[in-house]
Design a protein around this ligand. Sequence first.
Ligand code: ZN
Length: 276
Amino acid sequence: MKLCFNQATTMKSSTLEKDLELCEKYGYDLIEIRLDKLREYLQTHTIADLKNFFSSSNLKPFAFNALEGTLFATPQRWEEILKELDLFVEVGHEIGCNRVVVVPSPDVGDKTVSQIREESIRVLNLLHDRAPEFTLAFEFVGYPNLCVNTFGQTYDIVKNCVIDKVGAVLDCFHFHAMNSRLEDLKTASADKIAILHVDDCEDLPVGMLRDHHRLWPGEGAINLDSIFSTLKEIGYDAMASVELFRPEYYDMDPEDCIRVAKEKTVDCLSKYWEIG
Ligand code: ZN
């Protein structure tokens, strides 16, 4: 199991340049690069600088985060999404990264489950046409107002999408937050899990959790053991990415945050997988 760092964890305390240096120092295998951090980096660096870093590091890029608000988008928002995707393709081609997180939309009104499935498949096809070499990692969000908010709903979309290069993101926080069912995960195919996001959270009722309630893996209310043992059963062993958005962790020195994030994540994962 490869260990990955998601830049959300140090979003307000660090930069891409610093995250790269620290993730390499602390022995992560992979990093997920955020759009805002990439844009900031490219103000003072070139794509060639990024390529040079990865060509001499053990750390490798795994995915870009994220195309957001992709479903039922206005024509204006859709144009922006395509430009964001074009940037990921341009950079990804140079650094060897061909995976992008695709996030559904909030507040879409009274759309039915089947209308949302149809729109999701339409959008995934359009993104695939634009970037056929990219794997599209579709991430449900465990908030009540997000139109795709459980693992079962996501897997139904992914399964019905004819494109090979589409998979689900399983984020343990989002899985827990809207009571996704382990039964749905048990019937999933490991090769359709495109990314695993690892985290924990405070013990709030269904529908009340938000990103800022995330905690270090193993320190909260999520039954990570049930998720990990199910993933193990279905044969998933690709990668796990620590992804936290907690304000208290933004107050830490990013070096401490990256070190602690690794220790806590490895502690939880190593009961099930050999890391590295
Ligand atoms: Zn996530």
